[in-house]
Design a protein around this ligand. Structure first.
Ligand code: NAI
Length: 484
């Protein structure tokens, strides 16, 4: 469904189904609902025009409607071609009180199974607002909206797309040429579009490890155009979403894609950061024998102490039944690795971008054929007749093959997002260009908002105890360097 650039989703008639799911998700997202109660009356986001790029799921719908409940105007796209839940997208466009014939919600540009060209057009749509309006805040996941804007400004300075420009090289998605296509087209329409948008943007709040990494790179290169809050490194984000969220949504993705038993099998997990820890625990919980690989001696030692074999992919490539990448790095599983895997091995990535697994290289191996088992599940058959199963074409499989993390854990992440948006929008002067984390008291507040729902009874410090530890009884409870 589309209405002349006002929105673009799969089918507005899915809205009722989406609304039911959103209603149930609200019950599981106490942090966001508490923010609606706390800030609804004062409308701290009135005047904020937020361009949002996060997986367009049911949980994101609750985030979007929390932002609007706090006064913001919002336009939304997904940050991955496979991650949209079409019913959630439809429900957000229709709005809580609207009807498919008279949508009154938020403009969304997202559907499951976009082409890469469509993906970048959708990203453009959230940044280019109708009339003479422009966004003044960005909410990003993986940094693609931030990338498009920064590359746009760079290109407009030169007045043309430089012959050697390759934004894909920076380690963002590999679709550099598509980005350049969008920029070339926009130069012809308006040679100052991105410069004008960037001038009004007060800041970006970034969701994930990979996007945060890019923000620090931009800042260190002196190229960051506006302040950023690193939401990922709130403790209540990365130590919860990246770990416990993955622990839930990784097996969900594998099951929905293949329904192959994990118990008794050998599962190889590349990376033992927050995501790797959740992945390894989930697979062990299903009875898999888990083998971890790491490049960092500290994480490698952690994996060993947690009882996992730590090895290189070459050591187990012919033995493992599942191969899962969680590194946020590139070229972790090569085409040669895939050719050496055993028959019907399952290969998937749960890190942000698809360059962890060399699918492009696999496609160029002589005599290899690809069979679609169902959308986002493909069998690749080698000339000798053996085959492997690749999930979501190497894109994050928990969102491509399933519906991503469950609501409760996303409530933690998205409560951080909303607080970060309020911080940057209302305290612009306190945040010169740079990359910041939320203050620890706010991180603790996010956790606090989720305790009642789990029946947690927190112990309160006595005055004497607080003095003994040298902290305030109301927090923060830990020094900045504490690692949890
Ligand atoms: P992290 O930095 O905590 O962990 C990554 C680990 O991979 C590090 O310990 C690093 O030493 C290791 N590593 C790097 N290169 C490697 C290689 N070649 N072989 C083996 N290990 C290697 O990052 P985190 O938070 O675990 O995130 C990982 C990725 O997952 C990121 O791309 C992030 O954006 C993404 N992510 C995906 C989510 C999802 O729902 N699918 C949720 C949260 C994060």
């Amino acid at each position: 469904d589309e209405s002349a650039g006002r929105y673009k989703v799969r089918d507005l008639s899915l809205a009722a189904a989406g609304r039911h799911q959103i209603r149930l998700a609200e019950h599981e997202m106490p942090g966001l609902m508490a923010l609606r109660a706390e800030y609804g009356p004062s409308q701290p986001l009135a005047g904020a025009r937020i361009a949002g790029s996060i997986h367009m799921t049911v949980q994101t719908a609750v985030l979007i409607e929390t932002l609007t409940a706090l006064g913001a105007d919002v336009r939304w796209a997904s940050c991955n071609i496979f991650s949209t839940q079409d019913e959630a997208a439809a429900a957000v466009v229709v709005g809580p009180g609207g009807a498919p014939t008279a949508p009154s919600g938020v403009p969304v540009f997202a559907w499951k199974g976009e082409t890469l060209e469509e993906y970048w057009e959708c990203t453009e749509q959230i940044l280019v607002w109708p009339g003479d309006q422009r966004p003044n805040m960005i909410l990003d996941d993986g940094g693609d909206a931030t990338l498009l804007l920064h590359k746009g400004v760079e290109v407009e300075k030169v007045g043309a797309v430089p012959a050697d420009a390759t934004p894909g090289e920076a380690g963002y998605s590999e679709e550099g040429n598509l980005v350049l296509g969008v920029l070339r087209r926009s130069l012809a329409v308006d040679p100052q579009r991105w410069t004008q948008i960037a001038a009004e943007v007060q800041g970006v709040t970034e969701e994930t490890t990979t996007g945060v990494h890019r923000l620090y790179q931009l800042f260190e290169a002196g190229e960051l155009l506006f302040p950023a809050i690193n939401v990922n490194d709130s403790v209540t984000k990365s130590k919860f979403d990246n770990k416990y969220g993955i622990r839930h949504s990784l097996p969900d993705g594998i099951n929905r894609a293949t329904d192959v038993l994990m118990g008794g099998k050998v599962a190889f997990v590349a990376g033992y950061g927050d995501v790797g820890k959740g992945a390894a625990e989930a697979l062990r919980g299903q009875g898999s024998r888990v083998v971890v690989s790491e490049i960092d001696p500290i994480n490698a030692l952690q994996a060993a102490m947690d009882g996992y074999q730590v090895a290189r992919i070459e050591d187990v490539v012919g033995e493992a039944d599942f191969f899962l990448t969680t590194t946020g790095n590139r070229d972790v599983i090569t085409a040669a690795h895939m050719a050496a895997m055993k028959d019907k091995a399952i290969v998937g990535n749960i890190g942000h971008f698809d360059n962890e697994i060399d699918i492009a290289g696999l496609a160029t191996l002589a005599g290899v054929t690809r069979t679609e088992i169902k959308p986002q599940v493909h069998e690749w058959t080698f000339p000798d007749g053996h085959s492997i199963i690749v999930l979501s074409e190497g894109r994050l499989l928990n969102l491509g093959n399933a519906t991503g993390h469950p609501s409760f854990v996303m409530s933690n992440s998205f409560t951080n997002q909303v607080i970060a948006q309020i911080e940057l929008f209302t305290k612009r002067d306190e945040y010169p260009v740079g990359v910041y984390r939320l203050p620890k008291v706010l991180d603790e507040k996010v956790a606090r908002l989720h305790l009642d729902a789990l029946g947690v009874r927190l112990t309160e410090l006595t005055k004497t105890q607080a003095e003994y530890l040298g902290i305030d009884a109301a927090g923060p409870y830990k020094p900045e360097h504490y690692r949890y």
